[in-house]
Design a protein around this ligand. Structure first.
Ligand code: AMP
Ligand code: ZN
Length: 493
């Protein structure tokens, strides 16, 4: 019997603002769509957090035995700099600034994205469609929305008529906004005069002659609006109505609100049963964001080559750090937090490495079934990975106690215990044992940190000859020290 039959998942649904019992549309099958990256620059750790939250959801659902079709798109056209349909396409702009073909920009950052995901041990989605690969589907959708009376054409662009839609449906149902408030709060922006109302959003934008990314359409050469691609691709692969749609909190409005409107206007139904939104990762108490530059790239965090952190961290330590907080809470990326997670991670992995050598006994003094179900209960409760980790640390305590002979498990119970720990640590959380090379790097970090400390002592004693010698000899080995007000960090050249 597949496991999912006896596990009851609850999901916090943004649409209702409540935790709801999860019931898939087709028994045993789950359709899940997650908005993917806009590939115009490196992904930052904030993006990684959101994708990792859904990687853990995907992993858990698969672990339960569901057949999951997980679609995560690549936005390679149509995402403008500004949500109000003004500004340049982000990819076109990057291509113009760097004198590249837009598809070179897309290729570069898609490859980069995949490398990052591999580094962090993500499972690949079942389908990874691109916006530019679905222009025909998007044009067909626009034609249907126009035919149904919810969109209008002006000067080669097509806009969704939010006011018309709101006469019979609810624009704002997801983000809990009221159209009247939106009207009240909208400032007219330059270049928006084509729209009947500022709240309307673009389904198709006319391309100016100098615009590089454009496609022919019934309305002339242009490109699709950003919100449209997700409606086209999610429904193409998952059906007009599917189970789970995810993304970062910042996508709730307008992006996901517009997806609902587009689906209602074209298919006459709400697209998604459970809307899930991952909360933001912060750096120094401020949201991590490409546009403000308050970011740290995975490569910078993994190499230790950045201005924020005292050392390099292994990918599994970062994964563990992210899993230690609920996907619905704001998470602040700090050195202290990473250091604490690193300690916890090694404690857990050290215990896991002892599992195979644990002796069995003639009786069980621990109720393994109760402990095992508590792990499932944690994940069943809206994928509560921090609570799951707390139960794994209970298991760490048991492992030491069994090793010391203070507790015992029968052969059968010991097997259940081992299988459950490994399933949650490796399959569900996606953690990896740190390999020897990475362990070696960690030893190297320890040795360099010791030298940094000795150099600080030399400087405090005004022994500048020694402090310079430490710096210069390390530099000659390709280990560069960097002094700042926060202290000294190092990078490998
Ligand atoms: P983008 O490439 O900007 O479209 O973002 C890709 C995904 O990362 C989206 O789901 C965003 O909501 C999410 N995201 C962006 N910034 C952050 C952040 N600071 N923390 C968590 N997720 C984020
Ligand atoms: Zn999307």
């Amino acid at each position: 019997m597949p496991l999912h039959n006896d596990q009851h998942i609850k999901i916090y649904n943004t649409l209702s603002g409540k935790k709801e019992d999860f019931k898939p549309i087709n028994n045993g099958h789950i359709g899940m769509y997650v908005c993917g990256p806009t590939v115009y620059s490196h992904v930052h750790l904030g993006n990684v957090r959101t994708f990792m939250s859904f990687d853990i959801v995907f992993r858990y659902l698969k672990h339960l035995g569901y057949k999951v079709r997980y679609v995560r798109n690549i936005t390679d056209a149509g995402h403008l700099e500004n949500d109000a349909d003004v500004g340049e396409d982000k990819i076109s702009k990057k291509a113009r600034l760097e004198e590249l073909e837009p598809m070179e920009v897309v290729q570069r950052y898609t490859v980069d994205f995949h490398n990052v995901l591999n580094t962090f041990n993500f499972l690949p989605p079942s389908i990874e469609p691109t916006a530019t690969g679905h222009i025909i589907e998007q044009i067909e959708l626009i034609e249907t929305i126009i035919k149904n009376g919810f969109a209008y054409q002006v000067n080669g662009s097509v806009y969704f008529d939010v006011h018309k839609f709101n006469e019979t449906k609810d624009y704002g149902i997801l983000s809990k906004r009221k159209l009247e408030d939106l009207i009240h709060n909208t400032r007219e922006l330059d270049g928006q005069s084509d729209k009947k109302n500022p709240q309307d959003f673009a389904l198709w934008k006319k391309a100016e002659p100098q615009h590089i990314m454009k496609w022919p359409s019934p309305w002339g050469d242009g490109f699709p609006g950003w919100h449209l691609e997700c409606t086209a691709m999610s429904t193409k692969y998952l059906g007009d109505q599917f189970d789970i749609h995810g993304g970062g909190m910042d996508l709730k409005f307008p992006h996901h609100e517009c997806e609902i409107a587009q689906n209602e206007a074209s298919k006459g139904k709400a697209p998604v049963n459970y809307w899930m939104h991952a909360n933001m990762l912060q750096l120094n108490g401020q949201r991590m964001s490409k546009s403000t530059g308050n970011t740290v790239n995975p490569a910078e965090l993994l190499s230790g080559n950045n201005n924020f952190f005292s050392k390099a961290y292994a990918p599994s330590v970062i994964r563990f750090f992210i899993a230690q907080s609920s996907y619905r809470s704001v998470l602040d990326l700090t050195d202290a937090g990473l250091l604490a997670s690193e300690k916890g991670f090694y404690r857990l992995m050290d215990a896991v490495s002892k599992l195979e050598k644990l002796p069995s006994g003639s009786t069980s003094t621990i109720d393994v079934q109760v402990w095992k179900q508590s792990c499932y209960d944690a994940m069943n409760d809206d994928f509560n990975s921090p609570i799951l980790i707390a139960h794994l640390f209970e298991a760490v305590k048991y492992i030491h106690q069994i090793k010391e002979g203070q507790e015992t498990l029968t052969d059968k119970d010991l097997n259940v215990f081992k299988t459950t720990i490994k399933a949650f640590v490796f399959d569900v959380l996606g953690l990896e044992t740190i390999t020897k090379t990475e362990g070696g790097n960690d030893k190297l970090s320890g040795a360099v940190e010791l030298l940094i400390k000795l150099r600080q002592e030399a400087r405090a004693n005004k022994d500048f000859a020694l402090s310079d010698q430490i710096r210069d000899e390390l530099a000659a080995m390709g280990i560069v020290l960097k002094d700042s007000r926060e202290g000294t960090t190092f990078s490998l050249n």
